[in-house]
Design a protein around this ligand. Sequence first.
Ligand code: 2P0
Length: 353
Amino acid sequence: MRADHHLAPPAAAPRPHPGGQEHATAVAHPNIALIKYWGKRDERLVLPRVDSLSMTLDIFPTTTRVRLTPEAGHDTLTLGGRPAQGETLRRVSAFLDLVRQQAGRPEHAAVDSHNTVPTGAGLASSASGFAALAVAAAAAYGLRLDATAHSRLARRGSGSASRSIFAGFAQWHAGPPTADEDEADLASYAEPVPAAGLDPALVIAVVNAGPKAVSSREAMRRTLDTSPLYEPWARSSADDLREMRAALRRADLEAVGEIAERNALGMHATMLAARPAVRYLAPATLTVLDGVLQLRKDGVRAYATMDAGPNVKVLCPRADAERVARTLRAAVPDGSVLVARPGPAARLLPGER
Ligand code: 2P0
């Protein structure tokens, strides 16, 4: 037990639930990487090979409540009100083990998570999911963590979750290579990146809602192990990151978009060269990319990025979002198109602990 449990608690200290249980609820939003995280140098600690940089979105938050259940013999998890089992529960329980270890408390917990991504939207929820879980679980177990520590913790659940702790733009540091695990863990977290004056939108074209054939975890492992293009991409990604930070600093949307697009296409090239190849890009993806090229020919600053799936996210000035959305709707009439903007940091819900 922590020493301060013996002291009179300050006003903001976690208060026991009426039943002797403690609980907390947190909200976090998804993020889209403009400089991609692709490849781990340590799978257990979720340490990436490269730094990445993302924009947190203002859509599709995940709300997660963690309630300690001292009487229970195991953790439980519901997703959208439905009990989850198997690998999903195992991953959440392994994450809670880390929190229990840090807090020095043994209780199991009941986790209830609600995701607002429409079913089948084809947008990943692990970033918002583990960011919300990190913030809620830390509070429920009585850990007082700052945003950096939340980011480090969220990283252990899912790498990209480290970035969803922050509002707007955030860079996740890979940290310097070191044989010391504690040192490596401490050095890998996200932090906000200033981008004053930039007023972007991200128009998301959901072209395929089906489940992915290869998980991003497996795909990045295979790419790192077998793709001859991985190392060159990782090297050029470090240059992209430096240029991206400079472009954000001067609020140069054109440069931000060009760097993001080449970084994403490069990442997909590494996968296409893996053995066997991982190909997430579908025919409809290329149709959308053609639409983006046409928009640029027509003078609209629109730039594409794609993750571990066929959907395309198009960065553009906020004022052009509706025009870009119309073009993408016409390009993929069977898909759906959403407009997002920079979103808020992960946060505890007030009065919920
Ligand atoms: C990113 N992606 O930077 C990259 C680009 C997909 C493509 O982060 O294994 O779910 O849980 O650490 O965070 C997806 O990977 O992977 C991802 P894990 P995660 O957004």
